[in-house]
Design a protein around this ligand. Structure first.
Ligand SMILES: [Zn+2]
Length: 369
């Protein structure tokens, strides 16, 4: 009795103030969870779980709870309480969760005791270390750039009638791929890297089959009125304005003209649309955020007229099961914008802005995974 008490005391003393090592069963380098002492108890910042277990953490101030998604399971911590809910079970961490300067701290006992208990088949506490399998990495690693149109489909025709959308967006895509791969830790795949016709369905199929984490379709706009100019970004939705409907009709026209007319349209519609739309709506908020990042960066770098972040129902975005946006870099039907769109200095501005937009989105997105 006395012996075991001493042993427990020794373990507690040896643990106090010590950081916690997380060892992975794979070859991944071990990580360390830093601990800090609050009111004589060892705590750790809950965001350390993001680093070590790729946990997704969000607070819900309305319901006074902190949600931690770890190994696809949801743990709910009740604020100002030592209780944690998992499914219909409650676990007691002995010490309350602490909120300080917008950060949340959990008692270390959660790591040493409760995590191995809740995830007994995935996590164990051995020799003062947490041993676990490699967490799944949901960060953005693969990006599909989709230069619109191509081959027999020229896309929008320039004011001069000498330049076509399909050429401008391919140039932009090739340059953007180079920059993204050089400066971000990502692989960039192009739905086309030469002047060839690719159906809208093939484009998203390509992204889905390659497990892309982002899908970005690149376009230039056109309007009957050559005065119209500016940059706009679209993300998928069924709700839309009349103007968005016009652009949508133009970009979707390829289905009528080059992909078998009415029959092909019917194929995209109905059930396929509903299914794709449901899958996409999962990423609606992310797609919007990505679109907003891109639009802000593009407009501030180019000083082009800001036509906003819009919702539309593009066929090309429909089939993508990942955050996806469609960029309209400007109106090639406008004399000035056509000149800009084909100039390498302006293209550089566009590329730098898209790079910044993607980089910032990736930074936030990766942290949330
Ligand atoms: Zn287009």
């Amino acid at each position: 009795m006395k012996k075991s008490f001493l042993f427990v005391l020794l373990v507690i003393v040896s643990l106090l103030g010590a950081d916690i090592t997380v060892e992975y069963k794979s070859s991944l380098t071990p990580e360390v969870i830093r601990t800090i002492e609050i009111d004589s108890t060892d705590y750790f910042n809950v965001y350390e779980l993001n680093k070590t277990f790729k946990a997704n953490i969000s607070d819900d101030l309305l319901d006074q709870r902190l949600n931690v998604n770890i190994y696809s399971e949801q743990l709910i911590f009740l604020m100002d309480s030592s209780l944690l809910q998992y499914g219909s079970d409650y676990f007691n961490m002995t010490y309350n969760i602490i909120q300080q300067d917008g950060k949340y701290f959990l008692p270390v006992v959660f790591l040493t005791d409760l995590l191995p208990q809740i995830f007994s088949n995935l996590i164990s506490w051995e020799k003062n270390k947490l041993i676990t399998k490699t967490p799944t990495d949901n960060s953005i690693k693969r990006i599909v750039l989709d230069p619109g149109h191509g081959g027999k489909d020229p896309g929008a025709v320039g004011y001069s009638k000498k330049h076509f959308e399909k050429e401008v967006v391919l140039e932009l895509a090739l340059k953007l791929k180079k920059k993204l791969e050089q400066q971000l830790d990502v692989v960039v795949l192009l739905s086309r890297d030469k002047d060839e016709f690719i159906s809208l369905q093939q484009r998203t199929k390509f992204a889905n089959e390659n497990n892309a984490d982002l899908f970005i379709s690149l376009h230039c706009n056109a309007h009957r009125n050559s005065k119209i100019n500016g940059i706009e970004v679209y993300y998928l939705s069924t709700a839309k304005t009349d103007e968005a409907r016009a652009v949508e009709a133009m970009e979707n026209q390829v289905v009528y003209e080059y992909e078998g007319g009415q029959e092909a349209v019917r194929k995209y519609d109905d059930l396929a649309f509903i299914l794709a739309d449901m899958a996409q709506s999962e990423h609606l908020e992310e797609s919007y955020n990505l679109g907003a990042n891109l639009q802000t960066a593009l407009v501030s770098a180019t000083e082009a007229y800001n036509r906003g972040v819009k919702q539309a129902n593009f066929y090309v975005l429909r089939g993508a099961f990942m955050p996806s946006v469609l960029l309209e870099f400007g109106f090639i039907s406008n004399k000035d914008e056509e000149k800009k769109l084909i100039s390498s200095s302006y293209q550089e501005k566009l590329i730098d802005s898209v790079f910044i937009g993607i980089r910032d989105f990736k930074m936030k997105y990766d942290q949330m995974q």
